[in-house]
Design a protein around this ligand. Structure first.
Ligand SMILES: [Zn+2]
Length: 282
């Protein structure tokens, strides 16, 4: 259904999409994992991005070779991140595994075909106590020292802990919490941590029947500089819905003032990662 809607939208001239935001988009949560690479080679990924109007992306993959392969391609502005996982087993132990820290240092030294790595993650903490693990602490301090952003799939308790280890570090909060963290809690954390931003894939509560909810309209407007959008292509199947996901974002972005929509769609990422202006669509 999402896919069909995206195809319909793609066939319409821009003027006919008047109800949605039609400017450039940045995908702040793109995975290019090993299992996606055969069905979706880089040319297919770039074609999907172009059809969706996605002009740049934060890229990470399990293992990291997927990122190195994708960002070698021209056609989008890439922001490569070092993923902390070589395999599925690393999800559950990375925070106390010094070999992960050494892998990160090696990759940072090596860089990518699109330039230096700009951040670490996405990483997960299923138990917030693990935010105090030695590797988690070391990587947060490293991120702050080197001006890297971390993409963290964690709860609010872990946000406090991680940023407690490295006050002032830049943390992009995947999904803006786990399990629909209360909006009041998001506001509280934003007030406490200047370097905290929210990424909105899978975030419940933003819309109801395609309309922005009052609570989220207020949050997004009050904190227009703190939000980014993303696809979260965490499983291969998700690539089939890529255009539809961004058509949905365009729908609710278009329900906000143009300045707010532009910031969340592109401007905040452009500022955080020093992107080039997106320019007119090709
Ligand atoms: Zn993810």
């Amino acid at each position: 259904m999402l896919k069909r809607r995206a195809l319909l939208l793609a066939g319409l001239p821009l003027a006919a999409r008047a109800s949605g935001y039609d400017g450039p988009l940045f995908d702040a949560h793109l995975h290019y994992n090993d299992d996606a690479q055969l069905p979706h080679p880089p040319a297919d990924v770039l074609a999907r991005m172009a059809r969706a109007g996605v002009r740049g992306a934060l890229v990470n993959s399990r293992p990291n070779d997927g990122t190195l392969r994708l960002v070698a391609e021209h056609g989008a502005q890439w922001v490569p991140f070092v993923r902390l996982y070589r395999n599925r087993a690393d999800y559950n132990g990375w925070f106390a595994d010094d070999s992960i820290r050494r892998m990160v240092l090696d990759l940072l030294a090596q860089g990518s075909p699109a330039g230096p790595f700009r951040g670490l993650g996405e990483f997960h903490l299923y138990d917030s106590a693990n935010a105090d693990g030695p590797t988690a602490v070391a990587l947060m301090k490293l991120a702050r020292e080197r001006g890297l952003t971390v993409l963290a799939h964690v709860d609010g308790v872990a946000v406090d802990k991680l940023l407690g280890h490295a006050p002032g570090a830049s943390l992009l909060w995947a999904h803006t919490g786990i399990g629909g963290e209360a909006v009041a809690r998001v506001r509280e954390l934003f007030a406490r941590h200047a370097g905290l931003r929210g990424e909105l894939s899978y975030r419940p509560g933003v819309t109801a029947d395609g309309r922005l909810t009052a609570e989220w309209r207020a949050l997004l407007t009050d904190h227009a500089r703190r939000f980014l959008i993303g696809s979260d292509t965490w499983v291969t199947q998700r690539w089939q819905h890529y255009e539809g996901l961004f058509a949905d974002y365009r729908g609710w972005l278009g329900q906000m003032p143009g300045e707010v929509a532009q910031r969340i769609a592109w401007g905040n990422a452009a500022e955080l990662f020093q992107l080039q202006p997106a320019g007119p669509s090709a």
